[in-house]
Design a protein around this ligand. Structure first.
Ligand code: FES
Ligand SMILES: [Fe+2]
Length: 355
């Protein structure tokens, strides 16, 4: 599936940029689903998102500046309000009603991020995270960085309890006990919930300190929520009662790349384990994932009827995601779009072929 060519994904909310990057008062560029957008802060605490393309001569509005709640194009000075309406042309100061507009997008603010939906009719809502603001929980922002992996590959990886033994052998993977435990998958309105236990080996003193467990061998109880299409929350509960909930959005930059937006919730305090230590542990683990994920084919097949990939027991969550997305696409009258290379290599027959 090539996500930039499936219109459906334009109708989801995505966390796009931490608010603090916009609070300094400069417009910022982002590429969402292959589309260049500009984000900026409007005076009353709201944030605006619109096409990063001036309707005069296509200049990047993100190269302009803000003036009185308007964004000013750096090429000839046309100014736009937060709805995308051109409200000022220095070359025609007498113009009262200017008939030019750029497309603007829905925005919202949650969890320290500006969220954007490219179309005016979102098909999801921004996920409600029970830990956020709950007594005893703290929020730690971890990563905001691009990676060369598609959103669905990242999501499947987070719900694949087999990879941990091998990919994470340097941090918590247990290669000795790689036989998967039984897991339960429940379909929900927002995606799926996966529940299960994962045996781990806390590899060194740093990991043991962050999980507040002196032992090497341990078991993580996992409750992982997939929020369609590219967000997860993996709530890890350790035997000592520590909860470490990882929230990750693989916000789609284009078909091959995602912006990794990750934050965590923990039910302990800075005095017990520092935020820096938590971030460092998840840095090590995330680096292990990214190394593998950046080598995978970004074009994940949704339709099961071919021999492109082989599957095993622990792939069930990923396959449930594929089925769910395919069903949604079909319900909207969309065909799955694949790369010509994969269509040729695997003799796949679909009616829609990417350019
Ligand atoms: S290109 Fe923006 S004002 Fe001319
Ligand atoms: Fe992993």
């Amino acid at each position: 599936m090539l996500i930039t060519q499936q219109n459906m994904f334009r109708h989801f909310w995505y966390p796009v940029m931490p608010t603090h990057l916009l609070d300094a008062g400069s417009p910022q560029a982002f590429r969402l689903l292959g589309e260049d957008i500009v984000l900026w802060k409007v005076g009353d605490g709201r944030y605006a998102s619109m096409e990063d393309r001036c309707c005069h001569r296509t200049a990047k509005l993100s190269m302009g500046w803000l003036e009185n709640d308007r964004i000013v194009c750096g090429y000839h000075g046309w100014a736009y309000d937060c709805t995308g309406q051109c409200v000022s042309m220095p070359q025609s100061p007498e113009a009262v009603k200017i008939p030019y507009k750029v497309k603007s997008h829905l925005t919202d603010v949650r969890y320290g991020y500006v969220w954007v939906c490219l179309e005016p009719d979102p098909i999801n809502t921004i996920p409600v995270l029970e830990e956020d603001g709950a007594p005893g929980f703290r929020l730690i922002h971890e990563f905001y960085e691009p990676c060369r992996a598609s959103g669905l590959r990242l999501m499947e990886n987070f719900f694949d309890f087999s990879h941990t033994s091998f990919v994470h052998k340097g941090t918590f993977g247990n290669m000795v006990d790689a036989t998967p435990r039984k897991t339960e998958i429940e379909e929900t309105e927002h995606g799926i919930v996966l529940r299960g236990d994962v045996p781990v080996l806390n590899a060194d003193e740093h990991i043991q300190r962050v999980v507040r467990d002196q032992g090497v061998e341990s078991v993580r109880h996992m409750v992982s929520n997939w929020y369609m299409p590219f967000m997860r929350k993996s709530q890890i509960t350790y035997p000592n009662g520590l909860i470490h909930s990882l929230v990750t959005s693989a916000t789609p930059i284009d078909d091959e790349r995602s912006m990794l937006c990750q934050w965590i919730y923990r039910n302990d305090t800075e005095a017990e384990v520092s935020a820096a230590d938590c971030i460092e542990m998840d840095r090590r683990i995330t680096n292990e994932d990214i190394l593998i994920l950046e080598g995978l084919d970004h074009d994940v097949p949704l339709a099961p009827a071919n021999a492109e990939e082989a599957h095993m027991y622990t792939d069930r969550p990923g396959l449930a995601m594929r089925r769910r997305l395919l069903k949604m696409l079909e319900a909207r009258g969309e065909k799955e779009v694949r790369t010509p290379r994969n269509l040729a290599r695997y003799g796949i027959r679909v009616e829609t072929v990417s350019a």
